[in-house]
Design a protein around this ligand. Structure first.
Ligand SMILES: Nc1ncnc2c1ncn2[C@@H]1O[C@H](COP(=O)(O)OP(=O)(O)OP(=O)(O)O)[C@@H](O)[C@H]1O
Ligand SMILES: O=P(O)(O)OC[C@@]1(O)O[C@H](CO)[C@@H](O)[C@@H]1O
Length: 310
């Protein structure tokens, strides 16, 4: 089983507007709502790829109930901890005239100490039954900056392979617990090492340095439409994805993580993991929803991804 952890779960709402004029009234004719937040997106793609998955995290209020109901409807197992306050709505406004996507993210609920303790226990239980645990996304108010250190340690002690997809302090602190894999972007790699990354050679060196420093299994730096760069013990790879017609890139990183987690759950070699992760990310870019892929397209893309060993 794969467990995904979303400490700040969300209802992801997408508004489709023919155009999005600032400072004017826009009446929304077409919209879509789905359970979201990065870890939940990972769970949705893992489920589409046919691997058993459980989504956990914190939810609050009516929005929290809706998130759980929507997951139940999608037949995705979930085991959330309820907290006071309201789970957030994350709004993605797609301007169909110029193809832009504008995201507005609410803060979410404030989590108290009792719920934090409950989460530590829950992660221990779920991790002991999971091959992979994915921690994804930002920390809601009340959650200490170093909470991922605790949770990653608990999951690793329980024997799970741990993927951490976070940014800023949450990632910086989380690294101390030595997750097995992280998926930062270029800016996050530079910030972690306090250096400037000027070109891909510098990026490769920086990633290899991080890999050794924190004794990780692999690091994938996602580069949007330009693909990704992955370093793993003794080998680095540059992956180029096919050029496609992009609809929305929200959730591409989560889909990438899901593809990689599924490959690990199936004991596939790293190169196949790279193809699956990239194909899932690219397939997600071709849809209007975060954490949605099209399976036939995914299979095609998986064959088209170009993997170069550096
Ligand atoms: N414009 C695009 N065209 C083709 N593939 C894309 C595009 N954008 C993303 N992808 C695919 O998805 C992967 C992850 O994308 P990206 O680098 O945007 O992740 P991210 O910044 O973590 O995204 P997010 O935080 O929104 O989930 C890429 O490595 C690539 O395979
Ligand atoms: O605030 P976070 O947790 O970093 O990101 C939240 C979010 O923007 O990320 C997902 C896309 O990756 C969306 O589903 C969600 O709304």
């Amino acid at each position: 089983m794969i467990t995904t952890v979303t400490l700040n779960a969300a209802i992801d709402k997408t508004y489709y507007l023919p155009s999005f004029p600032m400072g004017k009234v826009s009446r929304v004719q077409r919209f879509h709502a789905a359970p979201g937040g990065k870890g939940i997106n990972v769970a949705k793609v893992v489920a589409q790829l046919g691997v058993p998955v459980t989504a956990t995290g914190f939810v609050g209020g009516m929005n929290g109930e809706i998130i759980k109901q929507m997951l139940t409807q999608m037949e995705i197992a979930h085991d959330f901890i309820s907290v006071e306050g309201e789970s957030r709505i994350c709004l993605n406004i797609l301007d169909e005239a110029n193809g832009t996507s504008t995201e507005l993210l609410e803060p979410g609920p404030t989590v108290n100490d009792a719920a934090l303790k409950e989460m530590e226990v829950r992660i221990g239980e779920l991790a002991s039954r999971s091959k992979i645990v994915c921690f994804s996304g930002s920390l809601p108010a009340g959650v200490p900056k170093d909470f991922y250190v605790k949770l990653v340690s608990i999951a690793k002690e329980a024997g799970a392979y741990v993927i951490l997809d976070a940014s800023g302090d949450a990632l910086r602190f989380g690294l101390e617990a030595k997750p097995d894999m992280i998926k930062p972007n270029e800016d996050e790699v530079a910030a972690l090492l306090g250096i400037e990354v000027t070109d891909e050679d510098a990026l490769q060196k920086a990633v290899e340095t991080l890999l050794q420093k924190y004794e990780m299994d692999r690091i994938s730096v996602s580069l949007g439409g330009a693909g990704s760069l992955t370093a793993s013990k003794g080998s680095s790879y540059r992956v180029t994805t096919p050029k496609v017609e992009v609809v929305s890139t929200v959730g591409c990183g989560d889909s990438f993580v899901a593809g990689m987690a599924v490959s690990l759950a199936r004991n596939l070699p790293l190169e196949e993991g790279l193809a699956m992760a990239s194909a899932a990310g690219t397939s997600n870019a071709m849809t209007d929803q975060a954490g949605l892929i099209e399976l036939e397209e995914f299979e095609q893309l998986r064959k088209q991804v170009q993997i170069d060993r550096l």
